[in-house]
Design a protein around this ligand. Sequence first.
Ligand code: NAD
Length: 324
Amino acid sequence: MAAPPPASLELRPLGGTGLKVSCVGFGASPLGRVFGPVSEDEAVASVREAFRLGINFFDTSPYYGGTLSEKMLGMALKASGVPRDQYFVSTKCGRYKEGFDFSAERVTRSIDESLERLQLDYVDILQCHDIEFGSLDQIINETIPALLKLKETGKIRFIGITGLPLGIFTYVLDRVPPGSVDVVLSYCHFSINDNALEDLLPYLKSKGVGIISASPLAMGLLTESGPPEWHPAPPELKSACRDAAAFCQKKGKNISKLAMQYSLTNKDISSMLVGMNCVKQVEENVAAAMELASSGMDQETLSEVEAILKPVKNLTWPSGIQQS
Ligand code: NAD
């Protein structure tokens, strides 16, 4: 007899943190209006729907929308009325509208500013945001020690690092005391067009860190409406993704659903953060996860889309400064 369909969205353990996060995480950068307009009402309704459908993990940053994402998320979390111990929030430090600053002084001040905007007493995870733009040695010797002190104050529970080039994670994790970094957040490296993160998973697991991946839709490349103006992908990648989206549409398939499901297949990744700015997207992305769990994915269309994207497989773009 076939296994019964799951009753609710899967929760996965996040490394050694003890947190059990929903496999679909709520990426709140769109609430900072980085992908277009979003009203306060829409933000509230999206977060409320996310809770209703079993999402318990929300990610933001002071950088998104120049602090707007944190403010909108904070307002929406409060409006939801859900008790604070029922969900997890991660925000970031070191990247701001004004530029990068990973100094101990700035990140220590940053958490107080974030907590005020989020209307929270603590965040579950504070992550150094896009560390390839700073000195990795400063992250190791100054920023992470400052965050360890913040842990003692109870303002943050766990420490993370984020960025695009995968080499930053090994550089830092090989040099920090074991247990000081709890979580890594990689983005745009576990989607149909780019799954370079897969090769790093055994290493990350050996270090005991929780693994979060973001941008299953490749920041809009794997959507019918396409990426925003600022998207940094090279033209050949944008063009191939456009072809893939058009192929799916012609076949009566939704490329975002396929991309979402693909990104959820590897359970070593605890949560896949997808940026959402309306109730419909929340419903579609959770439905994609539920359907994957109950009936698997559309392997035929996946193979066809993979064939279209093969010439640009794992093609990425430069990010950050040259590390000395
Ligand atoms: P994404 O791949 O999740 O794509 C988001 C875009 O897809 C938005 O325009 C959104 O409105 C749209 N979308 C979402 N669901 C859809 C659906 N069902 N159908 C059609 N379109 C849909 O990219 P992202 O938002 O950049 O990444 C997700 C989250 O991960 C961010 O919000 C952020 O929280 C986090 N993130 C962190 C970093 C970092 O720390 N350096 C980098 C990238 C993303």
